[in-house]
Write a protein that binds this ligand. Structure first.
Ligand code: PCA
Length: 334
């Protein structure tokens, strides 16, 4: 069916001919429907970007491909999205790259602490990382579409944190293997909490501190419980939207091109949205009475050393791919 449809819509000539014969409309079949699963709320800039992406794809594919965004873990929970697209439960999904390290170790480059602290460098890292991620995903029947950075990661806490001993036993929210390891290195107690559950976890005392972005902190209205935010700029993780290769192969070449073109636009737009989210969020934190500060010099140094230790561990686990990524990143600085 889709082959026939492609014949009609694939060439301008055929469309014009169809129009002359009064077939456009009559011949128009239901568009191919895709589900895009995400774990983030509808108001998160990522979800807004994904919605705009879906709209663009609709237009760019001439109506052939309709993508429905299923936000807030409603179709699949974030930790299961990567597997769900492989198994065909959804045709596309959005994941935190630093959350799929078991399947794609190199995606964890995103959350190695203190490697980079600016959007410019994060984007440069992606430039080198993308081809390697593409190869890793291809082996799983997946195709990356676009990736967008979160604002830089800082530390929220219910109490001031001045020395390493302040972390002792502190219940620290984690969202991936890196944040678990960092909590351990700091002497804190890691507690795994999904993004959407942060407000509840803070209110109930399940967590007392967390490393995340100003944007996630503001969206979670952390100020009701946590009064302190330290701008560590520790790392800049990314979310990636990706699709099933099988689902992509079933599209007409024109629709596939529309999808990829729209993905490029979504990537550029997303990075701009992220920078805007950073500015708004820091303003929000301050206007709700939070102290937005830098860490004390000593603690900064101490955390820096933990970061180095983490990096060594990471390079050891990932092996050659780490070198293939970071050598060009360091040596071809623009
Ligand atoms: N927010 C997400 C991932 C990184 C970020 O800034 C979270 O905290 O779950």
């Amino acid at each position: 069916m889709s082959v026939q449809r492609r014949d009609w819509l694939g060439g301008a000539g055929a469309t014009v001919l169809g129009g002359c014969l009064g077939l456009v409309g009559v011949g128009a079949r239901a568009a191919v429907q895709w589900k895009l699963a995400t774990g983030y709320k509808p108001e998160t800039f990522y979800t807004q970007n994904a919605e705009l992406f879906a709209q663009d794809v609709g237009k760019a594919s001439g109506g052939e491909l309709a993508i429905a965004v299923h936000s807030n873990n409603s179709l699949v929970k974030l930790p299961e999205i990567f597997g769900a697209v492989q198994s065909g439960k959804a045709e596309a999904g959005e994941v935190l790259m630093a959350g799929i390290v078991k399947d794609v170790p190199l995606a964890g480059a995103d959350s190695v602490p203190f490697v980079l602290s600016t959007y410019k460098d994060a984007r440069r890292l992606w430039q080198y990382q993308a081809p390697l991620i593409e190869t890793a995903l291809a082996a799983k029947g997946l195709v990356p579409l676009y990736a967008v950075a979160w604002p830089p990661q800082g530390l929220f806490s219910v109490k001031p944190v001045r020395t390493k001993s302040d972390f002792q036993g502190l219940k620290m929210r984690t969202y991936n293997a890196t944040t678990v390891r960092i909590a351990e290195l700091l002497g804190a107690t890691p507690v795994d909490v999904a993004t959407a559950d942060i407000p509840k976890a803070l209110a109930s005392g399940q967590i007392e501190a967390m490393i995340t972005s100003s944007a996630t902190g503001a969206e979670s209205q952390v100020w009701t419980h946590a009064k302190f935010y330290y701008e560590l700029n520790a790392w800049i993780p990314k979310n990636m939207v990706f699709a099933s290769k099988k689902a992509m192969d079933a599209l007409s070449p024109a629709a596939r091109k529309g999808l990829l073109d729209s993905a490029k636009v979504a990537e550029d737009r997303g990075w701009t949205m992220s920078e805007a989210a950073l500015r708004n969020a820091v303003g929000d934190l301050k206007s709700h009475g939070m102290a937005v500060e830098r860490l004390s010099l000593d603690l900064g140094r101490e955390i820096g050393r933990l970061g180095e230790r983490f990096s060594r561990e990471w390079v050891r686990t990932v092996g050659n791919d780490a070198t293939r990524l970071f050598i060009p990143f360091y040596t071809q600085a623009s």
